[in-house]
Design a binder for this molecule. Structure first.
Ligand SMILES: [Zn+2]
Ligand SMILES: [Zn+2]
Length: 257
């Protein structure tokens, strides 16, 4: 009992100190909009409204057929079995403000940017409509080594924003322990060749076989920040298919070509 009390006191004290140091760093390094420099938010309301949002999507398999809702097109559905049913892409990585925001989130460790960027993902999904609400949300996992280096998984931060805000008044469950990244692969962005990308990611995800209760017959939404050839999302979805979910959709902030 005494030990518990001591632990809780130490925790309270360290929370207070964290609070003080956060206030202190706000004074020395005030929070500024990464685009216009206005103080108060990492992305101000005006600049948030400048972030691009695709008004249509392309089929995630052929990447040619234009669709309103991100579904696999009829032609591809008859030809191949895609591990994902649909893919929502907020916009193109070529957009300088979108790529800057993602870069600040991932490499300048501005975790607070997950809120506006997650909101952008929600807006894209809602505008495209038609897709049924997911039962569970799964962020694409990072390898433990990269997680330790960054201190957070950016996809998990985005997933948590979507989970809280997609449906007003109802939080969707985020599953972070169903799938893990086994091997530390090279970042896909650093590999240009399509075949090499596929090879780099093959077999690198491992599902928890005891997690079937959480996933079987559920509508899954996978969340990632960037999609290049789609091989990371497809490989992750392929593993999850082993647990027989009802459907797998995916949402990403940017498509990089
Ligand atoms: Zn601004
Ligand atoms: Zn297609």
């Amino acid at each position: 009992m005494e030990k518990l009390l001591r632990v809780s006191l130490v925790k309270k004290l360290s929370n207070k100190l964290n609070g003080i140091s956060a206030c202190f760093s706000d004074i020395i390094f005030p929070i500024k909009c990464i685009n216009c420099g206005k103080e108060g938010e990492f992305i101000c309301k005006k600049c948030f409204s400048l972030l691009p949002k695709n008004s249509f999507q392309v089929c995630p398999v052929c990447e040619k057929t234009i669709l309103s809702n991100g579904d696999v097109c009829n032609h591809c559905r008859q030809r191949v079995s895609s591990p994902i049913n649909r893919l929502f892409v907020v916009s193109d990585y070529k957009d300088p403000l979108l790529s800057k925001s993602i870069h600040y989130l991932k490499y300048n460790f501005v975790a607070d940017l997950a809120k506006p960027l997650g909101t952008l993902m929600i807006q894209t999904m809602l505008r495209l409509g038609s897709s049924p609400t997911p039962d569970v949300i799964i962020p694409i996992p990072l390898h433990n080594r990269r997680l330790r280096w960054r201190g957070f998984n950016q996809s998990a931060l985005l997933a948590n924003v979507i989970a809280k805000d997609l449906l007003p008044g109802m939080e969707i469950e985020v599953l972070e322990d169903v799938i893990a990244r086994k091997s530390s692969t090279k970042p896909q962005m650093k590999i240009k060749d399509y075949g090499a990308r596929q090879k780099n990611i093959q077999g690198c995800f491992q599902i928890d076989p005891t997690a079937n209760k959480k996933v079987t017959a559920k509508r899954i939404l996978l969340v990632d920040d960037i999609c290049t050839t789609g091989s990371t999302i497809n490989e992750c979805a392929k593993e999850l298919r082993k647990l027989n979910p009802k459907s797998i959709s995916a949402v990403v902030l940017a498509r990089q070509s």
